[in-house]
Design a protein around this ligand. Structure first.
Ligand SMILES: [Fe+2]
Length: 312
């Protein structure tokens, strides 16, 4: 076999694999819209009968539905989430999406998000992100998702979802949060979900938590009322750290391309949180992007950081 022929075969193989990796997203777009998935309040209602002190829940963010690049990756995230069933350990009660459900809030974006969340085996709860009200998206959020701020109990745990897409929290929101945190004292565990993290766990120059006054107040409240974990998205990567006894997560790797180096957490991901009575732990699952995105984007991203690290 000549070299030329060999290269030709390799290129054809790459092309075939790339097309093959695009099939799930093509299927998603061709698939007719099924019945509308439940709103947040309907999902919360379905959790009320859960009993026992052992459970898991899953968290991811920033699927930014509606863009082929994102949907294709989110389908891989969803596929892996659905495979969590194979461990058959303890029940998975729900999946929490930490906002930026849609690419830019359009009808097309929301319809895609509805199709995608319908594919998830477990009940899905969605927080609002700063792109979900783009292009008049707030009315679509109201229609398809419903409540933006809510709290609910699940077994021995209490969950509070806050809307902070304006990059601030009002006085009324703080009062409501504190009220909720007081109620939450009767539970073993307390979790808060909000799209934008109170501080960047991976400092990026555009993100200036030190200039946002709500962060300090929010983090002090979480510390005082012994919140176990705070989940955010917004930054398209995975990172976690602990401050004031509270564990903070950024898990915005649900589909949108990740720009930070992979070694720093710039990869697609979702979290599995396990609650064993009074004990808590978590695992982060790294999701491999679809092949066509590897050859058009991710391998180049990795190459750029590799060269940067080698020469700078
Ligand atoms: Fe985002």
């Amino acid at each position: 076999m000549t070299m030329k022929r060999f290269i030709k075969i390799i290129l054809i193989a790459i092309l075939v694999l790339a097309i093959y990796s695009l099939m799930p997203v093509a299927w998603l777009y061709l698939k007719p819209q099924g019945p509308l998935p439940p709103t947040n309040s309907q999902t919360i209602d379905s959790l009320k009968t859960n009993k026992g002190k052992y459970f898991e829940f899953i968290v991811f963010g920033d699927c930014h539905s509606g863009l082929v690049l994102d949907d294709s990756a989110t389908l891989r995230v969803v596929k892996m989430i659905n495979r969590e069933l194979r461990y058959k350990k303890i029940p998975i009660d729900f999946v929490m999406v930490t906002g930026d459900l849609t690419f830019r809030g359009t009808e097309w974006d929301y319809k895609n998000y509805n199709k995608i969340r319908s594919l998830i085996r477990w009940p899905v709860l969605s927080a609002i992100g700063n792109h979900d009200d783009d292009n008049g998206g707030e009315t679509r959020f109201d229609k398809y998702i419903g409540a933006r701020e809510f709290s609910f109990r699940n077994r021995n745990s209490y969950f509070i979802v806050v809307d902070n897409i304006t990059n601030d929290m009002t006085e009324t929101q703080f009062e409501k949060l504190e009220e909720d945190l007081k109620i939450a004292q009767d539970y073993k565990h307390r979790f808060v979900i909000l799209h934008k993290p109170p501080m960047s766990l991976y400092q990026q120059s555009w993100y200036k938590p030190e200039t946002s006054s709500w962060s300090y107040r929010f983090m002090k409240l979480c510390e005082r009322y012994k919140v176990d974990m705070v989940f955010s998205g917004h930054e398209h990567m995975f990172k976690t750290n602990s401050y004031g006894g509270v564990r903070y997560f950024m898990s915005g790797g649900g589909g949108m391309i990740t720009k930070t180096p992979e070694a720093d957490g710039g990869y697609l991901n979702y979290l599995v949180i396990r609650v064993y009575k009074d004990y808590l732990d978590y695992e982060v699952r790294k999701v491999h992007p679809p092949f066509w995105e590897v050859i058009t984007y991710y391998m180049w991203k990795n190459l750029v950081f590799f060269i940067r690290d080698a020469i700078l």
